[in-house]
Design a protein around this ligand. Structure first.
Ligand SMILES: [Zn+2]
Length: 329
């Protein structure tokens, strides 16, 4: 296999489903899932899951990740970690859509059981099994980077969502900052995202990364993604992050989930095109759902992912308060 993304887009497994070069062995484990392992394994080797395309139309991270995989396969880049690469929703990627029946990033950690069987529920089960096997019996550091691009404009172009309240490792934090993230959002509210699952079920240090804005294949402004591109390469090769890659980062904590309880859910003082991280002051009525009012309680709160169009029972937005980096230590 020469080109990982090209092979996946064909919709057929490669002719050879495993192989090796001087540095590594690789195995095609499932549609769009590749395991790469170095031939020489250090005692402190990291186990790293990199995923993209959990939302099928978020193309830039898919392109970036696939390019790194191609360089590994072609012997052009050293591999310092055990690496599992996952293109999350191949059917949706091939169709150029976010998802087909259900948002895959709401189905992990067993949430697939609450939905009628479809390609996405099957995929969630398949990925849970593969990821569980990948991390089984590992005792050294375990990381998961789930790469996304956001739908709406944002006051912070690049940001990360952390399902854990604390970070066990400086390496992980440096990696996140090295990816050019301007903000980190601590969100320990249980949910069905891929990164919540790997953290809660498998005790992996996980992050959902929003790396810029959605564009079709080939139309991405890859300069927006240059830092993430370089940081992923550092992780794969085992290179340290240089000081000039580390910028200051804002930290927020989720204080409230805006849950859509009924079809009546609607935003009040929030415009349709409100940017992520729009700031609201105390008392502002954000949304109403029947008798339930969502009002800003603190002096200032910030809103991300407002979307009244989600299915009933899902989150229609998150309200944030400022925190500081010490909150993560
Ligand atoms: Zn996404």
């Amino acid at each position: 296999m020469k080109d990982f993304l090209h092979t996946m887009l064909q919709g057929q497994p490669p002719q050879e489903t495993s192989g090796e070069n001087a540095e590594l062995t690789w195995q095609w484990l499932a549609d769009g899932v590749l395991l790469l392992e170095p031939k020489v394994v250090a005692d402190d080797i990291k186990h790293v899951l990199m995923s993209a395309g959990v939302h099928g139309n978020e193309t830039a991270p898919i392109e970036i990740l696939s390019r790194h995989v191609n360089r590994l396969l072609n012997g052009e880049m050293p591999l310092a970690v055990r690496l599992l690469v996952v293109l999350g929703n191949p059917d949706a990627i091939r169709a150029g859509v976010r998802y087909q029946s259900v948002d895959l990033n709401r189905l992990f950690h067993g949430h697939h059981r609450h939905y009628p069987a479809c390609s996405e529920t099957q995929r969630a089960i398949e990925l849970e099994n593969i990821v569980e096997t990948f991390f089984a019996d590992t005792s050294t550091e375990r990381f998961h980077f789930d790469l996304h691009t956001a739908i709406r404009e944002s006051f912070h172009l690049r940001f990360g969502l952390l399902p854990q309240k604390t970070l066990a490792s400086d390496d992980f934090l440096h990696g996140l900052i090295g990816m050019g993230l301007e903000a980190l959002v601590i969100n320990p509210i249980p949910g069905g995202t891929f990164s919540y699952y790997t953290h809660a079920a498998l005790q992996v240090q996980s992050c959902t990364l929003e790396l810029g804005k959605v564009r079709p294949f080939g139309e991405n402004d890859l300069s927006q993604f240059a830092a993430a591109d370089r940081a992923l390469e550092c992780f794969i090769c085992g290179e340290a992050f240089s000081a000039d890659m580390l910028a200051p980062v804002k930290v927020y904590q989720v204080v409230r989930e805006l849950k859509k309880l009924s079809d009546d859910f609607h935003f009040i003082d929030v415009s349709d095109n409100a940017k992520n991280f729009t700031c609201f002051t105390q008392g502002t009525l954000i949304a109403q759902d029947g008798d339930v009012m969502y009002r800003v309680e603190r002096a200032n709160e910030w809103l991300i992912f407002p979307n009244a169009g989600v299915k009933t029972g899902l989150r229609a937005g998150l309200m944030l308060a400022e925190a500081d980096l010490d909150a993560l230590m």
